[in-house]
Design a protein around this ligand. Structure first.
Ligand SMILES: Nc1ncnc2c1ncn2[C@@H]1O[C@H](COP(=O)(O)OP(=O)(O)O)[C@@H](O)[C@H]1O
Ligand SMILES: [Mg+2]
Length: 254
């Protein structure tokens, strides 16, 4: 079954069309890098996939189910989302433990009065995997940008999602941290998960992604498997603004 299919998607804010004719398909667990300049519509695309933005045209199909504009609860439970960190404003004194725990709430049925040992264990296990176990009782707002990114990733991963939508999860993360997170993402793909990774960094896309989706000026300009020759072409042309989809390339991956 197709994991994710986006068909002829259009997103507009008022009269402003920010994405148009966006179509692509992910058929097997992969790491898909979504790249493009600021304002290209990358965040809007992720938000449309998760149902936070209602598209003005087109369809989003997740695990074979029409999820356009509204994602059913059971499907949502299978999606982990890390929003762009700079849009998050945590002025509340909330601990890292509670931020991560909040990622599980979609999966825990009420009443939530008593959190079971297994839930606590899950939080500890994922924190260990991301190297943030020492931060659990600190306030989220007191952490560095890179630490916050790891916490947000832990929050998305704690519910063991099948699809991860990550909006610039590597910003503010140092080089070693980037490498560790990317390794983790590759391991997730190996274990059958699909990752959409929004990044500015074309080199990361080339080195780590299975597919690259280039969004610019409201359109998908390029969608290709990681074939070195194609990637070199892509590199050559990025961020030239008027690229059309390169000849001979279908905007679909099989
Ligand atoms: N909620 C919104 N209301 C109006 N315009 C928006 C909104 N969100 C984003 N935009 C506009 O849509 C365009 C794409 O934004 P965005 O999806 O955030 O791009 P990216 O993540 O690639 O930087 C930008 O021009 C931005 O100003
Ligand atoms: Mg963005």
């Amino acid at each position: 079954m197709t994991i994710l299919e986006v068909q002829d998607l259009q997103i507009r804010y008022g009269k402003n069309v920010v994405l148009d004719n966006v179509s692509f398909r992910i058929e097997r667990p992969s790491l898909v890098a979504v790249i493009g300049p600021n304002g290209a519509g990358k965040t809007s695309l992720l938000r449309a996939i998760i149902g936070l933005v209602k598209p003005s045209k087109g369809k989003v199909i997740i695990f074979g189910r029409d999820s356009t504009g509204k994602v059913a609860k059971d499907i949502k439970a299978r999606i982990g989302y890390v929003p762009q960190r700079d849009v998050i404003n945590y002025t509340m004194p909330i601990t890292v433990r509670d931020v991560i725990l909040s990622g599980l709430l979609e999966k825990i049925s009420p009443p939530r009065t008593v959190l079971s040992r297994t839930v606590e264990d899950k939080v500890e296990a994922i924190s260990h995997e991301l190297g943030i176990e020492d931060l659990l009782d600190r306030f989220f707002s007191d952490l560095s940008g890179g630490q916050q990114q790891r916490v947000l990733l832990a929050r998305a991963l704690v519910k063991d999602p099948d699809i991860l939508l990550l909006d610039e999860p590597l910003s503010n993360v140092d080089e070693v941290g980037k490498y560790e997170i990317l390794r983790l993402l590759r391991n997730l793909v190996t274990s059958g998960k699909t990752v959409l990774l929004v990044t500015h960094d074309i080199n990361i896309a080339i080195e780590w992604a299975d597919y690259v989706l280039l969004v610019n000026k409201g359109r998908v300009r390029f969608y290709s498997a990681r074939i070195s020759e194609d990637m070199n072409k892509l590199k050559l042309h990025y961020p030239e603004e008027d690229r059309k989809i390169l000849p001979g390339r279908s905007p679909y991956c099989a």
